[in-house]
Ligand binder design. Structure first.
Ligand code: IDP
Length: 141
């Protein structure tokens, strides 16, 4: 079944710092998805708090905001058939240790022992999240 969707992808500060921007974008394009918006920027606590509102109150919330604000990140809107599910499949599961080889996190994320899981990328997890996150990061789109 065909369903053209858009998703919000972030290349987190560990990805930018480790020069993996090209590698992540290459994997997205190689899968046949289209990058329709792309921006390198830093994000303040207000934006990050909104983005990760579901995590407020969890023990990793503050370290997560600190990590995500620790350096520039890349925000992108990616379009394609069932791209929301497809990008999460490309990214792999949350924890680098158990993310499958062949995925971005499984191949490239370092299993650092830190307060927050540093796993290179974010991808929206549902059509509702994608819409909400795209309007947060790209309000003019
Ligand atoms: P996802 O990014 O795979 O969708 P979420 O559960 O939405 O995973 O968590 C958002 C981000 O918060 C994760 O990618 C990771 O960086 C961080 N995180 C999630 N759960 C934990 C935790 O239990 N400890 C530390 N960091 C976490």
């Amino acid at each position: 079944m065909t369903s053209t969707e858009r998703t919000l992808v972030l290349i987190k500060p560990d990805g930018v710092q480790r020069s993996l921007v090209g590698e992540v974008l290459r994997r997205i394009e190689a899968k046949g998805y289209r990058i329709v918006a792309l921006e390198m920027r830093s994000a303040d606590a207000e934006l990050l708090g909104e983005h990760y509102a579901e995590h407020r109150g969890r023990p990793h919330f503050e370290p997560l905001l600190e990590f995500m604000g620790s350096g520039p990140l890349v925000a992108a809107v990616v379009e394609g058939n069932r791209v929301i599910e497809g990008f999460r499949s490309l990214a792999g599961t949350t924890e680098p240790t158990t993310a499958a080889p062949g995925t971005i996190r499984g191949d490239l994320a370092r299993a650092w022992d830190t307060q927050v899981i540093q796993n290179l990328v974010h991808g929206s997890d549902s059509p509702e999240s994608a819409e909400r996150e795209i309007s947060l990061w790209f309000p003019t789109l």
